[in-house]
Design a protein around this ligand. Sequence first.
Ligand SMILES: N[C@@H](CCC(=O)N[C@@H](CS)C(=O)NCC(=O)O)C(=O)O
Length: 224
Amino acid sequence: MVADPALLDDTLYIGTRRYSSWSLRGWLAVRLAGLDVRDEVIPIQGGGGTTAIQRISPNGLVPYLRHAGNEVWETVAICEYCAEQAPTLWPKAASERALARSVAAEMHAGFRSLRIAMPMNLGADRPGIGNTPEVRTDINRIEAIWQSCLTRSGGPFLFGAQMGAADAMYAPVVARFLSYHPDLSDLSRAYCQTIRGHELLCQWYDAAAAEPLSWRLDRYENIV
Ligand SMILES: N[C@@H](CCC(=O)N[C@@H](CS)C(=O)NCC(=O)O)C(=O)O
């Protein structure tokens, strides 16, 4: 079969780095796996209304990966694809791998209250905003997951010494916690510092800070 020429262009399509939490997850998985793909940033309009993304991506959303003639969308699918290339994205032991997949999937499917009330904005400092009982319930569950994984593995990442797919899934939660400053345990705060200090997070934050001001959106900048 002859590959579609458009799919030969190995590219990870992502949204505005300042805001696009799903893009951060997909980008981390791709970079942790060492895939040789270029990044193409499409400034998002928010609410799924970005026509440039709808034209390119099968589900009308980013991240969207084209690699080696394959196309992959939905962040958990991108994580799984990357882990096929670099199996160390998931833990080696089957029991730990099952746990890592479960907590990654729980992030993908859940924590809606947190995601709505505390949208990711890497430039924001908003202590106290979004501090509702529903958000606290989400945060309590996230802290329980982190505590369980870090205690089992010994840290500093959820499943041991290296950042993996599960950490990639929770990295935008860390970014939210650093902006919104909810009450957290010492263990959670230490984990946030570990993730923020990782060189890939530093690269992402630096690139986000260099994005044009014209990409900024009122809906993400002016939250009360
Ligand atoms: N379930 C999707 C969610 C992806 C998603 O919602 N992406 C947002 C950016 S964070 C998007 O593409 N927004 C496009 C827009 O706002 O027009 C996934 O896991 O990849």
